[in-house]
Design a protein around this ligand. Structure first.
Ligand code: SAM
Length: 248
């Protein structure tokens, strides 16, 4: 494993302890939570067929039980944090949800070629990929012909936005075209995040042999801090998230 990926993994094992400390809250979210409405509408044709889903970087797994309630027949979550995967597995068992979890690095997901109807990922996933081309090739490998890749992710411009409440500002220490930066907020605090711009993301996916169906940008971030922080950058004028759907 790349040295910096290994260092980030240590950070994630520590950060994922939250999934154990807040087990009951996350269990309630896993029981009742839903995907974003736009995820549901974009994925509706795929979910209607009862897909087998492989979730790259499944984290707390709350989206997995939501995918099952939305129609998935089974979800295989893959995350290199054993703390996260173990807690997600326990929640799925508690809820009787057909989700199982593998502790493994992405890319290099230990499932057989062509097994998945849908590869689902995002919400803080791509920034941890050291090699985006290898990531895209792994997603394409895992998908059956006709299968779909779905990404719902922070917009690549987000590292530029300050969290000022009065008006949006561009951080002087960041560049859209930098290859990485050190995260200075929860949960990845201290970890190195890689930056992939929209051009690099689309190019990696298409060069892996997938065809792009949808690319949408949104003003609303996929996540807001629980303490009520509301940056002016999230007020509707700037891109904060995107969704991408492609097929093999
Ligand atoms: C911000 S979380 C998002 C995960 C998920 N979407 C969620 O909402 O919980 C990022 C996850 O990626 C995992 N991760 C980061 N880099 C990884 C890698 N190279 N291979 C596998 N998992 C990784 C971390 O352990 C963490 O659980």
């Amino acid at each position: 494993m790349d040295e910096r990926v290994a260092a980030n993994r240590v950070v994630w094992e520590q950060a994922s302890a939250k999934h154990v400390r807040e087990y009951d809250e996350l269990l309630a979210q896993a029981r009742d939570g839903e995907l974003f409405p736009r995820e549901v509408s974009l994925l509706a044709p795929v979910l209607a067929d009862g897909p087998l889903v492989v979730h790259f970087q499944s984290g707390h797994g709350v989206d997995d039980t939501a995918l099952v309630r939305a129609g998935a027949r089974q979800v295989v979550g893959v995350d290199y944090s054993s703390v996260a995967a173990t807690a997600a597995q326990r929640r799925a068992v508690d809820l009787g949800s057909p989700c199982r979890y593998l502790v493994a690095e992405v890319p290099g997901v230990p499932v057989r070629d062509g097994c998945a109807d849908l590869v689902y990922t995002g919400k803080g996933a791509l920034i941890w990929m050291r090699d985006l081309d290898a990531w895209a090739r792994d997603a394409a490998r895992v998908l059956r012909p006709g299968g779909s890749l779905f990404v719902y992710e922070a917009h690549p411009a987000v590292p530029l936005w300050s969290w000022d409440a009065d008006e949006p500002r561009i951080r002087a220490d960041r560049s859209y075209f930098a290859d990485s930066h050190v995260n200075d907020s929860f949960p990845g605090n201290g970890a190195r995040e890689w930056q992939w711009n929209l051009g690099q993301i689309v190019t990696a996916i298409t060069q892996a042999g997938l065809r792009l169906d949808v690319l949408e940008e949104y003003a609303e971030p996929f996540w807001r801090p629980a303490d009520g922080t509301a940056a002016a950058a999230w007020s509707g004028r700037l891109p904060n998230a995107y969704a991408l759907l492609a097929h093999k």
